[in-house]
Ligand binder design. Sequence first.
Ligand code: GTP
Ligand code: MG
Length: 297
Amino acid sequence: MIKCGFVGIVGRPNSGKSTLVNALVNEKVSIVSPKAQTTRNNILGIMNDKAYQIVLIDTPGVTKINNRLDEYMQKNVSGAITDVDVLLITIDSSKDVIDGIEFARKYINHGIHTIILLTKIDLISKEQLFQKLTLFNNIEADAIIPISSVKKLNLDELVKEILKYLPEIEDNKRYFDQDIYTDKSVRFIASEIIREKSLYYLDKEIPHGIAVEITKFVEEDNLITIDANIICEKDSHKAIIIGKGGKMLKKIGHEARVSIQKVVQNKVVLNLWVKVKENWRDRESFLTEIGYNNDDL
Ligand SMILES: Nc1nc2c(ncn2[C@@H]2O[C@H](COP(=O)(O)OP(=O)(O)OP(=O)(O)O)[C@@H](O)[C@H]2O)c(=O)[nH]1
Ligand SMILES: [Mg+2]
């Protein structure tokens, strides 16, 4: 028998959910950036071990809904917090923890085992951590664990705690084959990496209005050829994404290609274009085309 189950992860944008999934799975499953609202879909990260299979569900950060894309993102969150064996709630320890506690209270579901994670503890001192932990006195979670995904602090303790609440099943009834670490295709991961590099270099309102549309994805023995459009909302954004003499687009393309090559362990040719689509975040048919389909949820 092995332990096997689903673990949902919810938290405010930028609280470290995706970084945690990548650290636990030890692969680049989910993109990470310093900008809020990086993750837009639920993404499974699967931890495989002789003794267990833990299926982590990374989700978009919880925020207000301003458009159809936000609606899609928040529907993803709702889908990940019901029907799971354990819920992890991430609270950024380097930010206002009181806000995090209020957030956590809304998500504690007495039918589901809940672990609160105080994330990014490498950014604060031991004294600050101790003082912040005292604020969690009255919270009804199964555990509160301070972690750092970047420095890999307390991640083993977290896994032990999760395993306490997972059901036992027969080894041959694992939900996924043991060599699979995500439910997402290489094509999806490639488009996400292009978005990640764009988010990294672009500022203000541009990152939120960016989408990536893969128009060609051809896998040959020694080469993957990818054509993709970076979609933005305004001509002025397009000019910034391309940059002077195409410099910015070249930089994004180069970094994305190197990163995709690491994931696919193959040579990649990446051709990027920038296109403007006004208000695409409210255009249902385009959202569906690029995989943000409200009807699927
Ligand atoms: N120092 C430090 N930084 C971290 C840690 N975990 C995450 N970060 C940083 O915090 C930022 C946000 O991390 P993400 O993992 O993208 O956060 P998220 O909760 O998935 O964000 P959304 O997808 O927008 O909801 C990135 O710049 C990460 O590098 C950590 O343990 N230590
Ligand atoms: Mg994320």
